[in-house]
Design a protein. Structure first.
Length: 92
């Protein structure tokens, strides 16, 4: 999959210990090609998808508070727009 944009939750964390640090070391990715951080996209300070067919690679490096906030936002927006689906997560 070729993504149109690469958006990590934290550029510093992703380049130090996330999956992209391998691509950086190999010269396949330049930190300058990162279009911004996920919190900026989630808060609409930075555009996410700008076309229906655009793909974005998001990299979550383990910043749990941000992960939970993004999941809550995605759930709310999915409900508001009639998108997504509920997936059972256990015996509840």
């Amino acid at each position: 999959m070729a993504a149109g944009k690469y958006v990590p939750d934290s550029i510093d964390a992703a380049t130090a210990s996330g999956e992209p640090h391998h691509a950086l070391e190999a010269g396949l990715l330049d930190v300058g090609s990162v279009c911004g951080e996920l919190p900026a996209v989630a808060s609409v300070r930075l555009a996410g998808r700008t076309a229906d067919d655009e793909l974005i690679a998001a990299d979550l490096t383990g910043l749990g508070v941000q992960d939970a906030a993004v999941a809550a936002l995605a759930d709310r927006l999915g409900d508001e727009h009639g998108a997504g689906r509920d997936v059972p997560l256990g015996d509840s």
